[in-house]
Ligand binder design. Structure first.
Ligand SMILES: NC(=O)c1ccc[n+]([C@@H]2O[C@H](COP(=O)([O-])OP(=O)(O)OC[C@H]3O[C@@H](n4cnc5c(N)ncnc54)[C@H](OP(=O)(O)O)[C@@H]3O)[C@@H](O)[C@H]2O)c1
Length: 362
């Protein structure tokens, strides 16, 4: 099979398309024939050889990619062949109660004082707290699925930029027929992060929140889920993208270059870009920022920074995928590009004003 391999850390040119042995599923594993693999900012960091601290990454060489959709072609021992775990049909629109902020999350967060350990040079910590149990769900050849490799936790040993993707059975959920594989591949990392970030934020119903990077995948999912949870959202758009952000149902849209010292102050801020210290002027004294890149506190402001650490959650992923399939959540694809053009696709991802994800197809 063909796979995109990072042979050494560096720019897009280090991405090589290579012939690799077809993967064999071990106990609790599946092999998925790729239909679509999303490119995320974290892949750019990994291509540069930059990871959050505390992860034991093998390589380079390694294959990039967290998010994928495709068809199960083989299952390993312990993965039963039966009806797909999520039934395959989108039945309900986004249900705010089901997708409500997780009240268990804030307590588990690292506070800002100990957050320095999470800072990585890419601004993209994104570690997963724990690997999911293998073997969850019943999968067999022919099942259409979407999934997420917890790439850091998996030590760089798995990757979605490949014709055949090896994954733990617990990393996948059924792809409803009404959802294209390309759209599906944009969901896992970004929607899970958005939902979990709102849980960390802990804003009560009706509260006003600020979301930065609301044109991006994480920010746009967060904006939609927040609106569904009855939060009053002010959202900062990307380059020339106010119209899309307004379509998400937010209360107020600001342009990318808004002066953040002049937009009012918010007690709750989800810094999805992340802007870091630049967002402080828009935060209330004593306010909370959920961020992927904690920065030094501003003295006397009593601002709490909660670093965001995505955790794989198969049940939540199932609900989010079904929410998109049912039209309760929208996702956006800028374009698809062939796997062979992964280097050019990375160049395109690094450009401003992309307006949606770039998705690799075989
Ligand atoms: N820690 C975690 O668990 C976790 C998980 C997922 C993602 N992340 C991180 O979250 C961030 C967002 O990811 P994503 O997938 O949503 O990225 P994305 O789809 O590329 O979107 C990023 C958005 O931010 C905007 N933006 C970039 N720089 C900006 C700036 N200086 N000022 C204002 N807006 C700016 C972009 O607008 P333009 O097009 O105008 O530049 C774009 O709309 C990334 O850093 C990613 O690594 C972390």
């Amino acid at each position: 099979m063909r796979a995109v391999v990072v042979t050494q850390a560096g720019g897009p040119e280090v991405l090589e398309v290579q012939d690799r042995p077809d993967p064999e599923p071990g106990p609790g594993q599946v092999v998925v024939r790729l239909a679509a693999a999303n490119i995320n900012p974290t892949d750019i960091g990994a291509r540069h050889g930059m990871f959050p601290p505390g992860f034991d990454i093998e390589g380079p060489p390694y294959t990039l990619g967290w998010d994928f959709a495709g068809e199960v072609v083989a299952v390993g021992p312990g993965v039963s062949d039966g009806p797909p775990a999520s039934g395959g049909g989108a039945t309900s629109p986004l249900d705010p109660d089901e997708l409500a902020a997780d009240p268990t999350q804030p307590d588990s967060l690292v506070d800002a004082a100990s957050a320095d350990a999470l800072i990585d040079p890419t601004g993209d910590p994104a570690p997963l707290a724990a690997e999911a149990d293998p073997g969850v769900g019943a999968w067999g050849p022919g099942d259409q699925v979407v999934g997420m490799i917890p790439w850091y936790v998996a030590g760089g040993r798995y990757g979605a930029y490949a014709e055949l993707v090896l994954a733990e059975a617990a990393w996948i959920v059924a792809r409803p027929e009404t959802l294209s594989a390309v759209d599906a591949a944009t969901i896992p990392l970004n929607a899970l992060t958005a939902q979990q970030a709102l849980g960390h934020l802990g804003a009560p119903q009706g509260a006003e929140i600020l979301i930065t990077g609301a044109s991006g995948a994480v920010g746009a999912f967060a904006a939609q889920i927040a609106v569904a949870e009855d939060l009053k959202v002010t959202a900062i758009a990307g380059t020339d993208d106010e119209e899309f952000v307004a379509s998400l149902g937010v209360a107020r849209v600001l342009p990318r270059d808004a002066d953040l010292s002049d937009i009012g102050r918010f007690k709750y801020v989800l810094d999805a870009v992340p802007l870091g210290a630049d967002v402080f002027p828009a935060v209330d004294d004593g306010g909370v920022i959920v961020t992927t890149r904690p920065v030094k506190d501003e003295p006397g402001r009593r601002i709490t920074q909660r670093p965001m650490l995505i955790e794989h959650d198969q049940e939540l992923l199932k609900r989010l995928v079904e929410g998109v399939a049912a039209g309760g959540l929208v996702t956006r694809v800028a374009k698809t590009m062939p796997l062979e053009q992964a280097a050019d696709a990375h160049r395109a991802v690094e450009e401003r004003g992309r307006k949606g994800k770039i998705v690799l197809v075989p």
